[in-house]
Design a protein around this ligand. Structure first.
Ligand SMILES: NC(=O)c1ccc[n+]([C@@H]2O[C@H](COP(=O)([O-])OP(=O)(O)OC[C@H]3O[C@@H](n4cnc5c(N)ncnc54)[C@H](OP(=O)(O)O)[C@@H]3O)[C@@H](O)[C@H]2O)c1
Length: 188
């Protein structure tokens, strides 16, 4: 099956996504949205894939590692040992990861491929011919950040998804909205 990359990210007003190896905010409903979107499959015999950079992998607390019910793919230039985990694979590049997911080894095993960050992995994904959609939560507040979402391609078009609420969300005093952008080279 051909891989279509679905990016999912949350960014604040200055497009910040991280601080000191963690999220700059704590938004429970946004985290639940991330879990639902990246985990849900129509075919119960399949799992979704989450592709992440090594620092994002490091940022996941031990008790939540690997992200459950999902095939975890971690990108690193180093040879990392994931043999103590089930469903975790290391790759040296995004292209290598995509090739393996399209190979017989993974045939029929996955449904949707999600790219979950960080910066460079999002950038590589949006530059790839496999780039399909960006699910971007825009938070209407500025946080102190040291990691930022890269520039989006100028030609993406806004689309909707029946699984994603369109109205402004609110948690405590923080408002945010879910946007979806699609690569115009794809019809659906
Ligand atoms: N708000 C959000 O939606 C969101 C999402 C994800 C992460 N975050 C935050 O962002 C921060 C982490 O992101 P980050 O950008 O610093 O790091 P990252 O992308 O998670 O990880 C960077 C590492 O990934 C590997 N890597 C990157 N590009 C690669 C490539 N093309 N091929 C092979 N390996 C590659 C390298 O690992 P090696 O050094 O091992 O070679 C690199 O050091 C944290 O603060 C995290 O909480 C936020």
């Amino acid at each position: 099956m051909v891989v279509k990359l679905n990016l999912i990210a949350a960014a604040c007003e200055n497009m910040g996504i991280g601080k000191n190896g963690n999220l700059p905010w704590r938004l429970k409903t946004e985290m639940e949205f991330f879990t639902r979107m990246t985990s849900a499959t129509k075919d119960k015999n399949k799992k979704n894939v989450v592709i992440m950079g090594r620092r994002t992998w490091d940022s996941i607390p031990k008790k939540f590692k690997p992200l459950n019910n999902r095939i975890n793919c971690v990108l690193s230039k180093s040879d990392l040992d994931f043999s103590t985990y089930n469903d975790v694979y290391g790759f040296k590049s995004l292209e290598e990861c995509i090739k393996r997911l399209e190979s017989d080894e993974f045939h029929g095993k996955w449904e949707t491929v999600w790219v979950i960050g960080g910066s460079n992995i999002y950038k590589d994904s949006m530059e790839s011919e496999h780039f399909f959609r960006l699910y971007l939560t825009k938070i209407f507040k500025t946080y102190d950040c040291d990691t930022f979402f890269p520039n989006m391609p100028g030609n993406v078009k806004k689309v909707s998804d029946p699984d994603v609420p369109e109205e402004v969300q609110k948690e405590d005093d923080v408002e945010f909205v879910y946007h979806i952008y699609q690569n115009p080279n794809f019809e659906t």
